[in-house]
Design a binder for this molecule. Structure first.
Ligand SMILES: Cc1cc2nc3c(=O)[nH]c(=O)nc-3n(C[C@H](O)[C@H](O)[C@H](O)COP(=O)(O)OP(=O)(O)OC[C@H]3O[C@@H](n4cnc5c(N)ncnc54)[C@H](O)[C@@H]3O)c2cc1C
Ligand code: SF4
Length: 325
């Protein structure tokens, strides 16, 4: 690892003022330090955000607010989250391991980088790691990679589980820019599709800091489920995941939410399937039809055609599990 200077300030304005293109914020360090060890990230300065960002999880009548430095484990076991926003807890607990969740911050989770193996193998071309060098995965080993929304320049998938629940629940990211001015980014616009700039994972402005994540009050607290299919039953990233949530009224589906991980460069919302389910009965037949709508646009790569049926099954299972949470 290259030498770097380490800073820890006592307020957020001073912390942001230290940030420049040669500096990186560090929270739990569970992704950043790995990337530094492999020389994928080579910051000259490391700025610790632990002392200036909130670790609190607060609920009021309008929203859930998660401080950026809240640990994944403390959000997953928070009583208010379990009562009213349980989808978030289920998604977090499907990720990583207890030890990592104890270190991992919520903001860091949102900014973790793809697990495409070529991104971590610095001997291979990778447009995300080195713009313009090429994409080794497109014609290479792409079993874990995207089936929708990818480009010729990058077929990587977004790795987080937590973010899939945030996408489903229409979260907002609260940020502060380099002048310490508060800004908001709707979660659906937070992560990017690869296009011809796959080195950019998000629309977080350069040198901005994430301060909190807010989730509006909703009626999805009871009937929800997170299904994650992976190579091992724990401590593995998703081949395919589905966050499903139903708002049921008089036995019918008043509203629904469906989002997936492991399929695209960003958390993917299945709006067409959600619209189809509106007003329908929560039957396996309707769940299957909703899943068919989701998979019809998938364009698998050479090694991941299996994701089509896998997603279909995961979506039906997640919707069925939502009925018996
Ligand atoms: C073996 C292993 C298995 C894993 N499995 C899963 C899994 O199955 N599912 C899953 O979702 N995740 C998984 N993870 C990822 C893990 O959840 C992330 O590494 C973790 O959430 C990152 O949080 P952190 O606080 O450690 O971030 P850091 O490593 O400290 O930071 C990550 C990035 O975020 C930036 N950053 C951090 N905080 C802020 C802020 N407030 N504002 C702006 N920038 C900020 C940093 O500069 C850095 O670029 C796994 C990780 C490992 C090592
Ligand atoms: S898919 Fe993206 S991350 Fe993977 S090798 Fe291609 S450019 Fe790199």
């Amino acid at each position: 690892m290259r030498p770097f200077e380490f800073f820890r300030k006592d307020d957020i304005a001073k912390t942001i003022s230290q940030k420049n293109d040669k500096a990186k914020f560090i929270a739990g360090g569970t992704n950043l330090v790995d990337l530094m060890k492999k020389n994928i990230e080579q910051p000259d300065y490391i700025i610790d955000v632990n002392s200036v960002l909130s670790t609190t999880v607060e609920v009021d009548k309008k929203k859930l607010r998660i401080g950026a430095m809240s640990k994944n484990s403390s959000v997953a076991k928070n009583a208010d989250v379990l009562k009213e926003y349980s989808l978030i807890s289920k998604a977090i607990l499907a990720g990583a391991s207890p030890q990592i969740r104890n270190m991992a911050s919520c903001a860091g989770n949102m900014l973790q980088r793809t697990r495409c193996p070529y991104f971590y193998d610095v001997t291979t071309p990778c447009n995300k790691r080195k713009p313009g060098s090429g994409c080794s995965a497109k014609e290479g080993e792409n079993r874990m990679n995207a089936v929708i929304g990818y480009s010729d320049d990058c077929v990587a998938v977004h790795p987080s589980d937590f973010c899939i629940s945030l996408a489903a629940l229409d979260a907002t990211v609260i940020t502060r820019n380099s002048k310490n001015k508060k800004e908001e980014i709707e979660f659906k616009n937070f992560h990017r599709l690869p296009g011809n700039t796959p080195h950019l994972d998000t629309n977080l402005p350069q040198n901005s800091i994430i301060e909190a994540i807010e989730i509006p009050k909703n009626n999805f607290g009871k009937n929800n489920a997170y299904v994650k299919i992976r190579d091992r039953s724990s401590y593995a990233f998703a081949l395919v995941s589905v966050a499903a949530a139903l708002d049921l009224e008089n036995g019918k589906i008043k509203d629904s939410r469906l989002a997936s991980g492991g399929v695209a460069h960003k958390p993917w919302r299945w709006y067409e399937s959600e619209n189809f389910l509106k007003g329908k009965m929560p039957t396996t037949e309707n769940f299957s039809a909703a899943a068919d709508l989701a998979i019809k646009d998938l364009k698998p790569l050479s090694n991941n055609g299996f994701k089509k049926e896998m997603l279909r099954g995961a979506m039906i299972t997640a919707l069925q599990n939502s009925l018996n949470p």
